[in-house]
Design a protein around this ligand. Structure first.
Ligand code: ADP
Length: 414
């Protein structure tokens, strides 16, 4: 019987999922896969905890029959009903296939968890303690693991952390200028989007050739947005820090902010800490500045000057952070765009590349506009000193690979 790995990326209102065929190990190297696992289908459960709807696509991108699920309450029991439905649906879609494990994205691994781990009750308790550092993501990531554990206690579950890719950055890129006792309590930069950066790092040679090991900045521009400076495909510095609030302006998060603003909000404007948290995570960024939407497509389609102002600020922040990351690397060889905005908005890429002209980026506007028609990933001219690229990310594949390698390794040892 063939085995499949289920990958889950659980957010606040949706759960993205994908099923991957299990890949074989390299003979004699149980933790290393012969080839990347193949994706059999993927989909999204929207409206979890209310009127959930399942949409999915097969390996060729053709839509599989969507389903409206029976209403279920926004409680662990309600979520369990929704997941049970998903499991039943998967069995019908993949007859004769055995589900051998589930891989989850977990945003924060803190100081101690820097590689894929098998889920245990003790691990979940330790990861709960990190929820205040990633309130938009961590509680939902962990809730999904608990629901699956309750539904299928024997099914192995593996977690991968968005912080892990940055764990080996130099100390000066991780430390805040705070006293030792605060730093020793784990208050430092961790960085996020590491699963996406790990994927991009793995495919850089296929696109960039020898430049892949040079000075590369990857811009992951989605609802959450960050940039990562890499050398030899390792993370050297990144824009996010202790939490996923820092750095670039995002859909609803403020990005880089003087910590004095937080003090002012509390001490002078009388806001409570939960109010400040809601402001900085949920009602700032593109949404807060425009007063219209946190969705880049909506802002790009709007004639409202507030939408234009929000986009101006978004681009200006990228330009400024890019300068800082290039300084960290001692120059720049390549700039890579990925995630929703990075992959799909030619207008934003064009503006970022023009702002980066001083670094040596010369955009090929025709190539930039035609990325989706031509499938060509290079968007800079042949003579551009710094090359620019659009490379679609694939976090699910990294999750499947880690889970399969870890579980295969365990099986070989038993
Ligand atoms: P998440 O962080 O939730 O995974 P995504 O990587 O899917 O987010 O990115 C979502 C963002 O990408 C949204 O701001 C959305 O408007 C933007 N986006 C998606 N398609 C386009 C497009 N064609 N043009 C501009 N922005 C787009």
């Amino acid at each position: 019987m063939n085995s499949v790995t289920l990958v889950l990326n659980a957010g606040s209102s949706n759960v993205k999922f994908a099923a991957f065929a299990r890949s074989a190990p390299i003979p004699g190297r149980p933790n290393t896969l012969l080839a990347p696992p193949e994706r059999l289908l993927h989909g999204v459960l929207d409206g979890v905890g209310d009127k959930a709807r399942l949409q999915a696509w097969d390996r060729n991108g053709a839509a599989l029959s969507g389903e409206q699920l029976p209403p279920s309450p926004d409680t662990p029991q309600g979520h369990a009903q929704t997941f049970q439905h998903l499991f039943g649906w998967l069995e019908r879609q993949l007859p004769g296939q055995h589900l051998h494990g589930v891989a989850h994205r977990v945003v924060h691994g803190g100081e101690h968890f820097t590689q894929a781990m098998r889920v245990t009750p003790e691990l979940l308790t330790q990861l709960d303690a990190l929820s205040p550092l990633a309130p938009l993501h961590q509680p939902h990531n962990l809730a999904a693991i608990r629901v699956v554990a309750a539904l299928a206690p024997q099914l192995p579950q593996v977690v991968c952390f968005d912080t892990a890719f940055h764990a080996k950055q130099p100390w000066v890129m991780q430390a805040y200028a705070l006293p030792a006792h605060i730093r020793e309590a784990g208050v430092r930069r961790y960085g996020f989007h590491g699963i996406s950066y790990e994927y991009i790092a793995s495919v850089l040679p296929a696109h960039l050739g020898e430049q892949a090991d040079g000075r590369v900045v990857v811009a992951h521009l989605g609802n959450g947005a960050s940039m990562c400076a890499m050398r030899q495909r390792q993370s050297v510095a990144t824009t996010m820090g202790f939490t996923a609030l820092d750095g670039l302006m995002m859909g609803t998060r403020c990005g880089n902010l003087d910590p004095g603003v937080v003090l002012y909000l509390i001490q002078s404007l009388g806001m409570t800490p939960p109010e400040v948290e809601a402001l900085l995570y949920r009602s700032s960024g593109l949404l807060g500045v425009s007063g219209i939407s946190g969705d880049m497509r909506v802002l790009q389609d709007s004639a409202d000057p507030r939408a234009a102002a929000a986009i101006d600020l978004f681009v200006a922040r990228i330009a400024r952070e890019l300068g800082g990351l290039a300084a960290t690397l001692g120059g720049l060889d390549a700039l890579v765009f990925t995630a929703g905005i990075g992959e799909h908005s030619a207008a934003i890429r064009s503006r970022v590349c023009h702002d980066a002209a001083w670094l040596g980026v010369e955009i090929d506007e025709a190539a930039n506009q035609a990325v989706h028609q031509t499938g060509q990933t290079r968007i800079s001219t042949a003579r551009s000193r710094v090359s620019a690229w659009v490379i679609p990310t694939n976090e699910e594949r990294v999750l499947a690979e880690h889970a399969q390698a870890l579980l295969l390794g365990e099986e070989m040892r038993t």
